[in-house]
Design a protein around this ligand. Structure first.
Ligand SMILES: C[S@@+](CC[C@H](N)C(=O)[O-])C[C@H]1O[C@@H](n2cnc3c(N)ncnc32)[C@H](O)[C@@H]1O
Length: 458
């Protein structure tokens, strides 16, 4: 049997195809015929397709529904509905709704409204698709709008895009590629939460940061882990507000270990990236990627030593050679192309990433050790993030500036930066580092107290 034979027979008559199918012994051949029927001729009645709806094999039923959906003129909806009521296979059920939707007939609207009640969110989405063809139809809108509260996120997203996205007005009057002068190449020595209150909506293009590691290092003391997460929640909620539509947040964290209080206690591990994630998503950060920063084993603390001696199961503690770069995007209905089109042709060309870029989500980079700050970014890591997630001239924000690696790297890559750092000793260290003439070139960097920043932010 060949595709050509199927084509010839279908143009002769529907009966020829029905007979061909009846003569087949195996399921594979029946499906081959059904899958190669292509467009159906005008006169094709397709009665045999309805008989196949009762076939024991779900793939045959699926192919039968697909072809019924292609029938010109009189499609027997009641037969499809009959099958829908008893069908267990989700793919066949979805195809039934799709076939009915594709008819684009106003008399099918009430059926499609019923499908909106289905438990399978994909069926609901199919029904929505079928209904959205009735443009400007008030009855359709009245049924669809309330689905903004549907339990399924895909359904909510479709409804949001259709009815609500257009109603929200842009929070900023600034063109997407531009920002405020008073934020350009600024470092503020203050608690980031105080500073953020003074920053206008939608003014930064990218945030790359490594937050404090709960109480694992000297510079951070929080009353509890919950208080720590709530602190980060506040910072990243505000960061979301000041981020431009559709732009990225990249958070570098890793699970940490708090040493045991005494020999009769065990040390405690905290999964910071996993615990922070739900807060970010709840605040409108859409999860995009998890990038693994892989370090050489010799550069990390040895935890496997005990196990190497005793080899007893349960006492296995691998050396932690990875950290996460969790990549999020400020939720928007607009595609990335919209962001990219906001830049001039020259900027896009000049910002193109050169050969040698990372092709996987595992980045092998040596960590960086510093005599003053205990947890600084390797420049290599910063470079990659800034090059892959921003354009030249963009404003890069680091709420936890530390020694200022993000600022210096941004500048070297012709981007602008805005940093906050609470600890005076690191703030001073940053100023010391910028004395290096090859760094912090062009637009002068301004190091400000909160009071000084308040004055220029007015
Ligand atoms: C992990 S370090 C960041 C190091 C930085 N990525 C670098 O390359 O040097 C976190 C920094 O956040 C600072 N920090 C902690 N809480 C802060 C707050 N509320 N506001 C501003 N900075 C804070 C700490 O002092 C510390 O320097």
């Amino acid at each position: 049997m060949t595709k050509q034979l199927i084509t010839e027979l279908k143009h002769k008559s529907c009966l020829e195809i029905a007979n061909l199918i009846n003569n087949q012994r195996d399921i594979g051949s029946i499906n081959f015929i059904l899958e190669n029927l292509g467009q159906l001729p005008k006169h094709f009645e397709g009665n045999f397709l309805y008989d196949l709806l009762k076939h024991a094999h779900p793939q045959v039923r699926l192919n039968a529904v697909k072809n019924i959906g292609k029938l010109n003129g009189n499609l027997n909806i009641s037969k499809l509905i009959e099958l829908y009521k008893t069908e267990k296979d989700t793919t066949v059920r979805r195809e039934i709704i799709s076939a009915i939707g594709r008819q684009r007939k106003p008399e099918n609207k009430s059926l499609l409204f019923d499908f909106l009640e289905d438990e399978d969110p994909k069926i609901v989405c199919q029904a929505i698709r079928g209904l959205l063809v009735f443009d400007q139809d008030k009855e359709v809108e009245n049924h669809l709008r309330p689905l903004i509260n549907h339990p399924n996120e895909m359904v909510r997203t479709v409804i949001y895009k259709e009815y609500f996205a257009k109603e929200t007005t842009a929070k900023s009057t600034l063109p997407h590629a531009e920002t405020y002068d008073f934020l350009k190449n600024i470092v503020v020595n203050a608690d980031v939460r105080q500073v953020l209150k003074l920053v206008p909506d939608e003014s930064i293009h990218l945030t790359f940061t490594s937050p404090p590691y709960y109480n694992a290092r000297d510079y951070s003391i929080y009353p509890s882990y919950q208080a720590y997460l709530e602190f980060l929640n506040e910072v990243f909620r505000e960061t979301h507000r000041i981020t431009k539509e559709g732009r990225f947040l990249i958070v570098n964290t890793s699970p940490i270990i708090i040493p045991r209080v005494s020999r009769s206690h065990s040390s405690k591990r905290y999964g910071i990236p996993f615990d922070l994630h739900p807060y970010l998503v709840q605040n409108g950060w859409e999860f995009i990627d998890d990038i693994i920063w892989l370090k050489p084993e010799a550069s990390v603390k040895n935890r496997i030593g005990g196990f190497m001696q005793h080899r007893k199961p349960l006492g296995y503690k691998p050396n932690a050679v990875t950290e996460y770069l969790m990549v999020y995007r400020k939720q928007t209905e607009k595609l990335l192309d919209w962001n990219i089109r906001s830049y001039t042709y020259e900027t896009v060309e000049e910002s193109k990433v050169a050969d040698g870029y990372e092709t996987t989500n595992v980045w092998k980079i040596d960590p960086c050790f510093d005599k003053v700050h205990s947890a600084i970014f390797p420049v290599e890591l910063c470079k990659r993030v800034i090059q892959y997630y921003s354009y030249k001239g963009d404003l890069i924000f680091d709420p936890f500036g530390g020694s200022g690696t993000v600022g210096r790297t941004a500048k070297a890559l012709d981007r602008l930066f805005f940093l906050t750092e609470q600890e005076p000793k690191y703030f001073e260290y940053m100023q010391l580092k910028q004395k290096n003439p090859t760094l912090f070139k062009e637009r002068k960097t301004r190091f400000l107290t909160l009071e000084q920043f308040k004055k220029i932010a007015k």
